[in-house]
Design a protein around this ligand. Structure first.
Ligand code: BGC
Length: 264
């Protein structure tokens, strides 16, 4: 039987597809997560097969939240910077829900990580303008004001030093260009300074795989950015937790994640 506070969260990334059942009232995974490789090419049908495999491994029959690394409007995936172009303008919610025979919610990956961080992680209880940024394959962004999300902000595609920011400062760029943590941190620092100038946030939350290695790069950043900069509290699980939260919100069984609710 499926608990009302339990949804399956699946995080589709450029390199891996991760999933786990989530206790959405507590913001924690109920089982160790499964991680499978994102098929290459990452065509919708091939990704669906991997998602199906994650669902089968947990014998899941309840609501599912799925993140996607691109713009998502009303379940339709609009862009696909780091995945196969077959996703552009695809009704992904319809694809997944018809194939899996359960209610499915599809949200942008950074927005999912953001709602989880604002409820259970480094942004919990924080008012004002908060920006959650994920550094992995690409840079994802989630913008909140007084706990309310402005979806699909896509600040990873902002121009920085003549490049798209994510081509200059994403997590995978550090590995691909063999940068030291300090060299990479300088790039991130310039990016945050630019965002700070444009949006004057009170807090930046740094998510994605790099958040577990915060001690290696944050010391090169924090003193040089006016806003507070902290690592994500849920690390790389934020996407899975946020996906499950989005599924629950769509089912109408969970309160909206406001700062007041978070600090209650
Ligand atoms: C996409 C964003 C996504 C980010 C992280 C970017 O290339 O355009 O939608 O959030 O990568 O996956």
């Amino acid at each position: 039987m499926v608990d009302v506070d339990t949804c399956l969260g699946i995080d589709i990334g450029g390199t891996g597809i991760k999933g786990a059942p989530v206790d959405t009232a507590a913001g924690r995974l109920l089982h160790e997560r499964i991680r499978l490789l994102t098929p290459q090419p990452s065509e919708p049908g091939a990704v669906l097969d991997v998602v199906r495999e994650v669902v089968a491994r947990f014998s899941w029959r309840g609501p599912i939240g799925i993140t996607f690394p691109g713009v998502v409007v009303d379940g339709v995936t609009r862009t696909a910077a780091n995945v196969d172009k077959g996703w552009v303008d695809l009704d992904a919610r319809k694809l997944f829900s018809e194939a899996l025979h359960v209610p499915v919610t599809v949200v942008n990956d950074a927005d999912a990580a953001g709602i989880a961080e604002m409820r259970f992680g480094a942004g919990a209880g924080r008012r004002g303008t908060v920006m959650v940024l994920t550094f992995g394959t690409g840079i994802g962004s989630a913008l909140f004001h007084d706990g309310v999300l402005v979806p699909n902000t896509e600040f990873g595609h902002m121009e920085l030093h003549g490049h798209e920011a994510e081509h200059h400062a994403a997590g995978n760029v550090r590995e691909e260009h063999d940068l030291t943590w300090e060299q990479w941190a300088h790039r991130v620092r310039h990016y945050l300074q630019h965002l700070d100038m444009l949006f004057s946030p009170t807090l930046f939350v740094i998510g994605g795989g790099v958040s577990k290695k915060a001690d290696k790069f944050l010391p090169h950043i924090v003193k040089h950015v006016r806003a507070e900069v902290v690592p994500a509290g849920l690390h790389n699980d934020a996407g899975i937790v946020g996906a499950a939260m989005a599924a629950q919100l769509a089912c109408g069984t969970a309160p909206l994640p406001t700062p007041d609710a978070a600090s209650a």
